[in-house]
Design a protein around this ligand. Structure first.
Ligand code: GLY
Length: 407
């Protein structure tokens, strides 16, 4: 027993377990790389913000963004990422050009709250990086009201029998109305509920978020850390029915952006609740992603469990995974931090070298994004996508200690 107590001295336990927000373990080379990227970001983002202002971009055509060039118009799930990028840059630089544009986008976007019908579970992706970011940075009462309204709409999608937040309104692949679907993506929307619970001092929001996260833990995450994308429940009885394929290769595969949502989303559920099981799940999914990325040059495939050919990449999965790994790194002791920090840096560096376009005359930074595996037209494959840029910026600013915590 004596030997074991040596291993378990207070000092070693503290070093292994204590969570620390004191920054990331970076080498001088990492620091130099980050600072060089930050300089390029400032040039590129300033040019974009001046050029597109309150437009709401998604992807580029001939190197240019176009306003609301998306199927759902103002309701499309990615519309919060441009204001999120602007708030991140405003927080880091203090340049008013970013704040003015971000506030203008929110002015345009707020009508969706009353328009309502195009909204779905992804309302968190809309209002966290737009209104919660605004409120955190400026204390705006309008932004707070927008975010609380959005949180109430999200909470209203909860199915108390099945204990999940309903995904979508019509299933994308069938066009049918679906009330029994839940998806991994939604783990990134529930921080809106954690925020609202604290903001209103009303634990109902947190009860819903935790119940949803526990259902996701039970049915979405597989023992090896890979994830289902879609689950189907009987929405009347709450009985689990099926886990069909989603945006990845097929049933039983492992869609990489869904994996990234699991890494980041469970880490955030840990941050907001202190429930250690959420951190364990985030790590389980992170270890699965790290293993797959390490054998593939740190460039994410669209699906980690798909045929070797054709090779299809999704840089956006890498960016969101990196941001999530950095969230995990904040909550582990000093001997664990390097694993998550180095893996995040490896992804960022590999994707920056392969995909980034730093020409300030052209819109978008990170190319190589793919919306889904089976893309019949190819127009959503190997393109810049706005959330790739958002998570790239967030991850770089996190590592530099200049990020605005949004989620
Ligand atoms: N939330 C949808 C996606 O990640 O594509």
């Amino acid at each position: 027993m004596a030997e074991f107590s040596v291993l378990g001295t207070d000092a070693s336990l503290t070093a292994q377990k204590a969570a620390s927000d004191e920054g990331y373990p970076l080498t001088p080379e990492d620091q130099a790389w980050l600072e060089a990227v930050y300089e390029k970001l400032k040039v590129k983002m300033k040019a974009e913000a001046e050029r597109i202002g309150t437009m709401i971009p998604y992807t580029t055509r001939e190197g240019k963004y176009h306003d609301l060039d998306v199927p759902g118009g103002l309701y499309f799930w990615t519309n919060g990422f441009w204001p999120g990028m602007l708030w991140q840059m405003y927080n880091a630089t203090g340049d008013e050009v970013y704040r003015t544009a971000a506030e203008g986008v929110e002015e345009r976007m707020k009508e969706v709250l009353t328009g309502f019908e195009g909204l779905d579970h992804d309302i968190g992706f809309l209002f966290l990086p737009m209104s919660v970011a605004n409120w955190r940075k400026t204390g705006s009462e309008d932004a707070r009201r927008n975010a609380l309204h959005a949180a109430n709409l999200l909470a209203g999608r909860f199915n108390p029998v099945g204990k999940y937040i309903r995904a979508w309104n019509n299933a994308p692949w069938t066009g049918n109305e679906v009330s029994g679907w839940m998806i991994i993506d939604c783990i990134m929307n529930i921080p809106l509920l954690y925020w609202a619970a604290k903001e209103c001092n009303d634990p109902r929001f947190e009860h819903i978020a935790i119940a949803h996260a526990k259902t996701a833990q039970k049915y979405i995450v597989r023992p090896d850390g890979s994830c289902n994308h879609v689950l189907i429940f009987d929405s009347k009885t709450g009985e689990f029915l099926n886990n069909p394929g989603g945006q990845g290769y097929g049933q039983g595969s492992s869609w990489s952006r869904g994996q990234s949502w699991a890494v980041y989303g469970f880490a955030l559920s840990y941050r907001h609740t202190g429930d250690e099981s959420f951190l364990a799940t985030a790590k389980q999914c992170a270890h699965y992603c790290i293993s797959n990325l390490a054998v593939n040059g740190w460039i994410p495939l669209v699906d980690y469990r798909a045929p070797a050919e054709p090779v299809k990449y999704d840089s956006t999965a890498g960016m969101a995974t990196a941001a999530g790994l950095l969230e995990i790194a904040r909550h582990v002791g000093e001997y664990e931090k390097p694993l998550y920090t180095k893996a995040a840096l490896n992804i960022l560096k590999a994707c920056e070298a392969k995909f980034c376009n730093w020409d300030p005359e052209q819109d978008a930074i990170v190319g190589g994004g793919t919306f889904f595996y089976h893309d019949p037209t190819g127009k959503d494959t190997d393109v810049p996508i706005i959330y790739g840029d958002y998570y790239f910026i967030e991850a770089v600013l996190k590592l530099l200690g200049k990020d605005l915590f949004i989620w």
